[in-house]
Design a protein around this ligand. Structure first.
Ligand SMILES: NC(=O)c1ccc[n+]([C@@H]2O[C@H](COP(=O)([O-])OP(=O)(O)OC[C@H]3O[C@@H](n4cnc5c(N)ncnc54)[C@H](O)[C@@H]3O)[C@@H](O)[C@H]2O)c1
Length: 106
């Protein structure tokens, strides 16, 4: 699959593994939409790349209406979504011992 020109939506793309994926796709000429709950990191990220290649959408992926709004916003901005990388999440809480999905769905 040729990456150049494809539209990639990456959740949790404002830091860590997601951010590494964002940079890799951008280097290969993709258009990248980042959906992340951390607005400050998202704003810093979009300052480093051209508008036509990268967009940030503040999104809480545990909130269904947030997800719908983000998908609609990405479609409005880029016209399609070719690739979804659903990466957002938190590692197991050491204080509670609960896995991430338990915390997210309480
Ligand atoms: N790093 C590891 O060793 C490791 C191991 C196993 C699994 N994982 C999983 O890989 C993914 C990325 O890990 P990482 O180390 O890059 O983590 P990270 O904390 O560096 O990045 C996670 C990103 O997800 C965002 N995020 C968190 N909750 C969110 C929510 N509800 N809605 C939208 N965005 C949200 C954060 O703001 C952050 O930008 C996570 O799902 C993590 O659970 C990581």
């Amino acid at each position: 699959m040729k990456i150049a020109g494809k539209v990639v939506l990456i959740t949790g793309g404002a830091s860590g593994i997601g951010l590494a994926a964002v940079k890799l796709f951008l280097e290969h000429g993709a258009k990248v939409a980042v959906a992340d709950i951390n607005e400050q990191s998202g704003k810093q990220l979009i300052e480093s790349f051209p508008d036509e290649q990268l967009a940030f959408f503040k999104t809480d992926i545990t909130n269904e209406s947030d997800c719908h709004q983000t998908v609609q916003a990405v479609l409005s901005r880029f016209g399609t979504i070719d690739v979804l990388i659903n990466n957002a999440g938190r590692l197991e809480s050491h204080s509670t011992g609960q896995p991430d999905w338990c915390i997210s769905h309480e």
